[in-house]
Structure formats: structure tokens, C-alpha cells
Design a protein around this ligand. Structure first.
Ligand code: AHR
Length: 622
């Protein structure tokens, strides 16, 4: 049986222990958490990166009635490309336009989710050689039904120069795979640029897709690491994420082609929005910045100074007073108060590279000089040998099989108790065991997380990777949250993270197995207080990696007798018939923790633990 000694608390678990890692991979942000419906809103994504130079925009009408080309006429200096739409047909004369007009449409990220009763904010920039009457509509996937429509009527004097137009479209019908169309039946030339469509209703009103942000908020993350991953590094430095290019008015952002995960991002979800998201989730931001190193090229330590200044500017943007140079830019964007940025990571997975140590030290010294309170995370693994440079924390990444990860429950047992703490900033079961998110993967992860909880004196933070996948563009398997334009569900790995969310800031209690304990059974216990009910609980978690079921008898010692209300205790089990089972859009809750009634209302201390399962039990304390 399992004994929990509630009288000998071990330590308070860091309030940051379990958090999230957001990377722009799998269209996690563009076409995902960022609620922008238009893909390639500035017509900038073309060139060698996409099949057409305005992809995924396309024409409505044939070559005799409309011609779409791009030119460099935009009024935005950092993204000069605009769409030039020449309409040959007219509502009068011999070349009559077809009913509904001709023009251009954008299907978003493989379909826009337009929902009856919801309102959408459409913004675009327009210029023309004459007057215009432009219809703006959301249309059904077959193009036959108008879901929401409005129009812009403007005289030539009004739009002979670039002019911003805004509309609110309210949907009268639903289609999950809709498009946005801009059409006219009037001969002439219209230029369009920076076309955006956002649902009016977003998470905290800051542009995040509500259902996805709520799934993240539900994890009560202790931190958010962003924006990558390899996304930060780039295959080549020229394609790395640059904070400076991702701030300011969205129309002026150049966007960039992420060459590691191979897609364009308009960078509507930029550095400012990540900081805002952290604030909206009431969590701690961790900014991973490019340190002059990509997968292919590197800036030498003797020439890294401009990159360092750029990062210092980025820190001033986040934390400086609103009258500082970069703090003022933040204030203009709507956030006069500094953001609570206290952690940065210098690069991602770059430790072994030629200039890492040299570049790292230069970034480290400069940041500590101006921001001594900022905690700095190194890419070098300090779990088995000391780091060669100063650091507050070190990254530890692990992607492996389920049995390996489960057995790594002891990974940090022998790590030195002095020196920088571990940030397990990426962990997951991958490969055959994982499929697209199996129960088996979640079991391996549960065993590993139990070990991290026990070693939370040397492990300060941990996050699963990747967080999101849009099923229309899977670049990595498995992931925690799966979605398309309108549906979403958590994989079993997501649900395992749910079981650990109350551990942040809780008290770790010692557990010991008595008798013949299986090496495939690991457990931990915490004492935690519900912020909602203010009740205190002991939570016992156990992961059974074995193919046999067992009986578990839980005894709690060290508390005055009668202080545990066994009758009100709750038991839940995460399991399935087959270890390779997965959740899906059709069965999103096939594998989730299921409450199990306990015999004799919980007064029986012993209960069956199924094979291949994770159990958790909450026992209220008076
Ligand atoms: O999580 C996916 C990728 O795995 C990350 O971008 C990278 O850091 C790691 O190699």
C-alpha cells in the first residue's frame, strides 16, 4: 500500500512548476490561437514560398472579367506589396459582370468559421482610379450562400489615395469553412491591402481564439514560454523571428516566412501580443530570443553587439517606463504599464554550436547589467555536469518513447542540489508510442511529471511540447491541443497536464510504498487549497504503466484523526481499453479523467487501479 505522511511536508512546490510552451508550429498561432481569419492579409506571402504569389487568395470571375496581380504600391513601407484588381466587366455594356460581381476571395486557413449571430470586424485598405461599390461578404464553402454581407460605396476623391475602411459583419447563417470575398460589378482598377477579419468576440478582447485560449487557461499555467522552439532560430537567420518586426500597428508588420515549419506568418501574433496573452492568462512570460544562431548560420561573438542592443531594446519595450524610447512604443499600442517580464532564454537548443558560449556570455552580462532581476536560461544541460557559464536556469529537452520517459521519473534524483535549476522546457513521448496522441504517451509523461514534482527543489519549470496542432497542417506529432477551424480537443497528454495543475504552489508530501510495489507504479502527493472553494485537499496521483491491474491501499498519516473527510473524497481515473487509443474530433472525450464512485463512499481506503492508467484522488481536510 501507499503511505502519505501529511505530518512531514517536504517543501512548497514552485508556483511556476507546470506551465506551457507556445511555439508557432503546426499553425498554432497563425490560423490557430490568433483569431485572424484572413491568411496572407497583406499579399506579402508570395514569391517562392507558395504556389501562387497571392496564395491563398484567388479570383472570383474569369480572365475576361477580372485580372489580379500584385505591385509595390502599398502605403506601408515595410510591406510594399498590394493587390491590384482590374475589373473589365461592368453592370452595363457588352461585357456584363456575372451576378454577384467579380473580385477576390480568401478562404483563411483552410476555411473560416463563421457562426450565425456572431459579429466580425473587417478592416482593409483600398485605393482606386474611380468611384467604387465593393461588396464585402462571408460566403459559404461552395460559394453559393451569403452568410454575412455589407458594402463600401466611395467616390473617387475619397479613395484616390490609400484609405482605411472598417465594417462589422453579423452572420445570419453558419459555415465552418467559409471565405471572405470582396467583389464589384463596376469596371475599373481597385487596389487592396492589409485585409483583416477578426471575430468581435475574442479571449479577453485581445484577439485570441476564445475556445483555444480557454483550454490553455484551464491548465492554470505557471508560465508561458514563447514564441519557440526552432521558430526562434530559423533554418537561416534571415527567417528567424524578430520581435522588432512583430510590433506596432498590424498593418505595418512585414510578416515573415518561418522556414523551419515552412509557412508564412503575418505576425499579427507578435511580441506584444505574447506579453498580453501572458497577462491575460495571469501567468509569467518567458521570452526565448534569437542569440545570433540559426540551424544553418551564426553570428560570431565578435560581431554580436547589434543583436544584443536589439534584445535590450526588446526588454525596454516590455518593461521600460512609458516615457522610455521603447516603453513609449508599447504605450502607444495600448499598454502604458510595463509587462511583468522576468525570464528570458538565450536561444533554443544551441548549446553545442560554435558561437553559443561566446554569444551567451555577452547577452548574459549585458542583460544582468541593465536588468539584474531577470532570470536567464541557458541552452546547455546542467543536469549531469556543471555549466561552463553563469545561469539562473538551464533548458532540458526530452522527446523519447513512453517506457523511457516513464523510467525517467528518477532523472533528477541525483542532480546536484546546488547551482542553476532545470527548466524542462520541452518534454513529450514521441514516435511510434505516441501516434497522434495516445494514452500510452500520456502514461509515460505522467510518470515523468511525478518525478519532476518530487524533484521540484531542482526543477523549477516544465512544459509539454508542442502545445497546438491545426489538423490542416500537421508538422509535428503528437501535440496537446488539436483543432481545425471550428473544433478542438485535448489529447490524453493534455489531460495529464490537467491533473498536475494544482501542484503549482502546493505542498509536496512524502509518499512511500510498503509491501511488493511494482516498479511500474509511481506516485506522489500534495496538499493544496482550492482557490474557488477555499477547501484544502490532499491529492494523491499514481501512474500505473503495467499491463496488470492492482489494488492500491492509501493511508494518510501525520494528521489528527478524523481530519480527513474520507466520505467526501473523490477519485478519477484516466485510462482506456487500448493503450494506443486516442481522442478525436468524433470522440473528443474518449480518454479523459473519469470520476469513479468509491465503495462505501470513500471509507474504504483500498481500490482497484486499472492497468495502464493514471489515477488521482482528492481527500478533503477539515
Ligand atoms: O517542439 C518541437 C521542436 O522540438 C521545437 O521547435 C524544438 O525546440 C525541438 O527540437
Amino acid at each position: 500500500y501507499l503511505n502519505v505522511d501529511a505530518g512531514q511536508p517536504i517543501r512548497e512546490i514552485p508556483s511556476t512548476l507546470f506551465g506551457i510552451f507556445f511555439e508557432e508550429i503546426n499553425h498554432a498561432g497563425a490560423g490557430g490561437l490568433w483569431a485572424e481569419l484572413v491568411s496572407n492579409r497583406g499579399f506579402e506571402a508570395g514569391g517562392p514560398n507558395t504556389p501562387s504569389n497571392i496564395d491563398p487568395w484567388s479570383n472570383i470571375g474569369d480572365a475576361k472579367s477580372v485580372l489580379l496581380v500584385t505591385d509595390r504600391s502599398s502605403c506601408f513601407e515595410r510591406n510594399k506589396i498590394a493587390l491590384r484588381m482590374e475589373i473589365f466587366c461592368d453592370s452595363e455594356g457588352t461585357n456584363q459582370c456575372p451576378e454577384g460581381g467579380v473580385g477576390v476571395y480568401n478562404p483563411g486557413y483552410r476555411g473560416m468559421n463563421i457562426v450565425e449571430g456572431e459579429s466580425y470586424h473587417v478592416v482593409f485598405w483600398i485605393m482606386s482610379t474611380g468611384s467604387v461599390n465593393l461588396s464585402v461578404a462571408f460566403t459559404s464553402s461552395d460559394g453559393l450562400k451569403i452568410l454575412a454581407a455589407s458594402s463600401i460605396i466611395a467616390s473617387n476623391s475619397e479613395i484616390q489615395n490609400w484609405t482605411k475602411k472598417e465594417l462589422i459583419l453579423k452572420a445570419t447563417a453558419t459555415d465552418h469553412l467559409a471565405s471572405l470575398s470582396l467583389t464589384s460589378s463596376k469596371k475599373g482598377i481597385i487596389w487592396l491591402d492589409q485585409v483583416s477579419a477578426m471575430p468581435v468576440n475574442t479571449f479577453k478582447g485581445h484577439g485570441f481564439r476564445k475556445e483555444l485560449a480557454e483550454m490553455v487557461a484551464d491548465l492554470k499555467p505557471g508560465f508561458i514560454r514563447f514564441p519557440g522552439g526552432c521558430f526562434v532560430e530559423g533554418q537561416w537567420l534571415r527567417n528567424a523571428f524578430r520581435w522588432r518586426q512583430s510590433i506596432g500597428p498590424w498593418e505595418e508588420r512585414p510578416g515573415h516566412f518561418g522556414d523551419v515549419w515552412n509557412y508564412w506568418t503575418d505576425d499579427g501574433l507578435g511580441y506584444y501580443e505574447f506579453l498580453q496573452l501572458a497577462e491575460d492568462l495571469n501567468t509569467t512570460p518567458i521570452w526565448v530570443f534569437n542569440n545570433g544562431i540559426s540551424h544553418t548560420d551564426q553570428v560570431s561573438s565578435s560581431t554580436i553587439e547589434p543583436f544584443i542592443q536589439d534584445i535590450l531594446n526588446g526588454l525596454e519595450f516590455a518593461r521600460g517606463p512609458s516615457n522610455s524610447t521603447w516603453g513609449a512604443v508599447r504605450a502607444t499600442m495600448g499598454h502604458p504599464d510595463p509587462f511583468n517580464l522576468k525570464y528570458v532564454a538565450i536561444g533554443n537548443e544551441d548549446c553545442g554550436k560554435q558561437y553559443y558560449q561566446g554569444n551567451y556570455l555577452k547577452f548574459y552580462n549585458a542583460i544582468k547589467l541593465f536588468y539584474p532581476d531577470i532570470k536567464i536560461i541557458s541552452n546547455c544541460d546542467g543536469s549531469s555536469k556543471p555549466l561552463e557559464h553563469p545561469a539562473d536556469m538551464y533548458d532540458f529537452h526530452i522527446y523519447t518513447s513512453a517506457s523511457n520517459l516513464f523510467s525517467m521519473t528518477n532523472k533528477f534524483d541525483r542532480t546536484t542540489r546546488t547551482g542553476p535549476k532545470a527548466f524542462v522546457s520541452e518534454y513529450a513521448v514521441t514516435g511510434y508510442d505516441a501516434g497522434k496522441g495516445s494514452l500510452l504517451a500520456a502514461l509515460g509523461e505522467a510518470g515523468f511529471l511525478i518525478g519532476l514534482e518530487k524533484n521540484s527543489d531542482v526543477v523549477e519549470m516544465a512544459s509539454y511540447a508542442p502545445l497546438f496542432v491545426n489538423t490542416n497542417d500537421r508538422r509535428w506529432n503528437p501535440d496537446a491541443i488539436v483543432f481545425n477551424s471550428w473544433q478542438q480537443y485535448g489529447t490524453p497528454s493534455y489531460w495529464v497536464q490537467q491533473l498536475f495543475k494544482e501542484s503549482n504552489g502546493a505542498t509536496l508530501l512524502p509518499v512511500s510504498f510498503q509491501g511488493n510495489a511494482s516498479s511500474k507504479l509511481v506516485a506522489s502527493a500534495i496538499r493544496w487549497k482550492s482557490s474557488e472553494s477555499k477547501e484544502e485537499y490532499i491529492r494523491v496521483k499514481a501512474a500505473n504503466f503495467d499491463s496488470s491491474a492492482l489494488m492500491l491501499d492509501i493511508s494518510i498519516t501525520g494528521l489528527p484523526s478524523g481530519s480527513i473527510r474520507r466520505l467526501d473524497s473523490k477519485l478519477a481515473i484516466l485510462t482506456s481499453n487500448n493503450v494506443m487509443d486516442e481522442n478525436s474530433f468524433d470522440q473528443p472525450k474518449k480518454i479523459v479523467p473519469i470520476a469513479v464512485a468509491m465503495e462505501n463512499g470513500g471509507t474504504d481506503t483500498s481500490f482497484p487501479v486499472p492497468s495502464h492508467s493514471v489515477i488521482f484522488m482528492d481527500l478533503p481536510i477539515d
